[in-house]
Design a protein around this ligand. Sequence first.
Ligand code: ANZ
Length: 955
Amino acid sequence: MSEITPAAETAAPHRYTADLAADIEGRWQDFWQAHGTYEAPNPSGDLDGDPETAARPKKFIMDMFPYPSGAGLHVGHPLGYIATDVYARHQRMTGHNVLHTLGFDAFGLPAEQYAVQTGTHPRVTTEANIVTMTAQLRRLGLGHDKRRSFATIDPGYYRWTQWIFLRIFNSWYDEEAARARPITELVEQYEGGVRTTPDGRAWAELTVAERAGVLDGHRLAYVAQSPVNWCPGLGTVLANEEVTADGRSERGNFPVFKANLRQWMMRITAYADRLLDDLDLLDWPEAIKQQQRNWIGRSEGARVDFPVAGADRPITVFTTRQDTLFGATYMVLAPEHDLVDAIVPDAWPEGTHQVWTGGHATPAEAVAAYRKFAASKSDVERQADAKEKTGVFTGAFAVNPVSGENVPVFIADYVLMGYGTGAIMAVPAHDVRDFAFARAFELPMRCVVAPTDGRGTDPAQWDDAFASYDATLVNSVGSGVSLDGLGVTDAKAVITAWLADRGIGEGTVNYRLRDWLFSRQRYWGEPFPVVYDEDGVVHALPDSMLPVALPEVDDYSPRTFDPDDADTSPEPPLSRNEDWVTVELDLGDGVRTYRRETNTMPNWAGSCWYELRYLDPHNSERLVDPAIEQYWMGPREGQPAGGVDLYVGGAEHAVLHLLYARFWHKVLHDLGHVSSVEPFHRLFNQGMIQAFVYRDARGIAVPAVEVEERDGGWFYQDQPVSRVLGKMGKSLKNAVTPDEICAEYGADTLRLYEMAMGPLDVSRPWDTRAVVGQYRLLQRLWRNVVDEATGAVTVSEAEPDETTLRALHKAIDGVTGDMAGLRFNTAIAKITELNNHLTKTGGPVPRAIAEPLVLLIAPLAPHIAEELWSRLGHTASLVHEPFPVADPALAQDEAVVCVVQIKGKVRARLEVPPTISDTELEAQALADPAVVAALGGAAVRKVIVRAPKLVNIVV
Ligand code: ANZ
């Protein structure tokens, strides 16, 4: 229809074509840049000076910032950036001060791997990538405040990342006050004797190293020797969050082993409850909240001690069902539990059941063999709900503290060392896994919670455990306590008190969350701002020595190993630079020699606080000016924790980045550096743009652009290929770049297409052939304002007709709601409808319609809108022009159809105004000739009216 033939071009030299779009877009991008159109004001600067600006509400809008990869952007990447830009533009037009910018998350593994592959220093490749990406993003016309952009690798930025690290290092968590406090206040408590040292000696009597040891036990960042995830294939240790459920590295998919290493940890566990509770204050997708809750994994239960004959300490279990204590008929320790060796006797007790021994001659042999077997499985395999339960008897018995019975102690791999206490009391009648195990090992079961499903109380007759919470206790009397007849909750309270009275148990809360492993053996990361003295004591560097610059070195490659060789250990690349590692410093007690920390921070560090730096990017005195932070992020009505107003990004960051950033933010809040309690008030996860992947007979992806579709199949170089929907990317040879689409249609078309593809949170397949649809919308819009032959503006000054006016106000009304609700696809549908109406009506479009139409589409297609706005005679940019406001009377449907039923049968349809009252509608219905005829004089018993849509007459 609007194919551009050379003939058509001569006939219509002012048609909206890709060339015209490129011209318009380039000019307006230059204009915006030259005029600082998107620069957000700050208090104590522009805001204080201008009462009108100061009076406006604020909106801080953010994207999860990109990682500047060597491959550049494909059309999937900017989906979220376009969406936030549309939203931000609408917010500007509805009178908000908008802060929207974009930086780069530029440290981390991929940049380093890319650098190693290409043999170029990561700084060089990363900076080049940033230049490419910046140009690609500029082409899209994103309204970012460019003054506020930065990369996490800028020394001016990571100086503050290191500064925050030092605050975290120099603080401790005061459980009583439930907040972080400076470590100096803990020292005061020890000095003043308010708090006793672990071994009871006076603080003054402790050596420097001993004091350091005590404080390290409290610091929120600390070095510890602990079992960590070691990934030889990557040559670095990893956080739990970076290890997949099947025990491999999320990046690279290499095996991960547990190794006991000295590493930096962050005490995120101190914040477990607050991280959990404050989720309730956030406007986030429920699924993400749930993932965080699960990751934190708070379980309320109890610890219970079971004495073991011959052992010097009891087995302590963690249970969430202490009410079932009378039903604990055996126990299980994790195979790695350190009590195992202490309780294993020399020989099997008399009469030990054959299945319990696994056929081994002694308990020690059985335990050793079983440990070997269990070590070969990952935690996930061990926990998999396989009916097949394995384990072996240790030869030892413990005493159930309430029933007084001897219960056998097993080791089994379904109990994990890393959870609770690594030991359980097994209640086979009421726990599914224990039931399966007890069946396999012919262990006794006792019913202590009366089944409510009629199965009776003899577990020998059951097919599975009765695991309900909603039932009453039975068979639970003894040792001066009775739980019989109590509900689960009451029984828990009674037994917990009984245990506490005897000092053999207490109510506790257990978390799945572990402290965050914070060091990596990489070059391309933030150096730690600490040094070690000759005794290995850590010293924080003073703020005046920040930033600790990452040295420019030639050899930045990580030392990697055979991915399957667990007997290797990490080697930080920075350790190869002796000149840098050894330093002479005066830290207050004269010049001494120190060694630098050679690990670097994980790539999550830079993204833990970047929202704060956007607020005040050039501040060299402070992390962020408090007044500025308060203005853009402070708590306010409807946002009790404060934070960014809208944060858009992929759902894959559910626990990693979002949990870490929340933790850092809370520490900064506790220490008084920020007024907000949470970094991100509203979170929105955009869907993914998918693309078809074509594979040849060998399963190898072939270039998607070269695939031909014919006879209902797909062919590449005349060979049939298969087609599936997958991710878009270079490796699958199906990437489409925004540059290509911009060249062919312009950025406004690309923006519209991406927003029109479907609801923002849903994944959608890319279809280059469909892009032209949005191009045509813009061509028609253009034609409704500009004469294609002469370039003259064609709008008339005449009053619009009623129908057109109503169509406009309906569109305004709908688009306004859609913009606020991020429903850009439906907003585009409404704009298209209005525009089509104008095209169909023909004749010059009245200015009173054309201008609001241009404003309506401006957030979505800002370049063409600016161009038309200026051609319509306006001298200022429309970026801050008020968004059109719908007249409710005109926005409503002129008439709605009311159905009149008699005895359930539709007898008439009335056209009525949507605002009609019940009484009036009833009168109209009863007077309608069709209704009168249908009633045929019958007496009306009752009229049910649901204005404006339904009248039901009962006769
Ligand atoms: C007795 C019992 C009876 C249990 C019953 C459950 C049902 P959550 O909710 O996930 O915290 N458990 C404790 N530590 C374990 C470990 N290291 N490895 C495997 N399982 C472990 O689960 C807590 C329950 O999981 C605990 O409560 C314990 O089994 C088990 F009818 O104790 B229960």
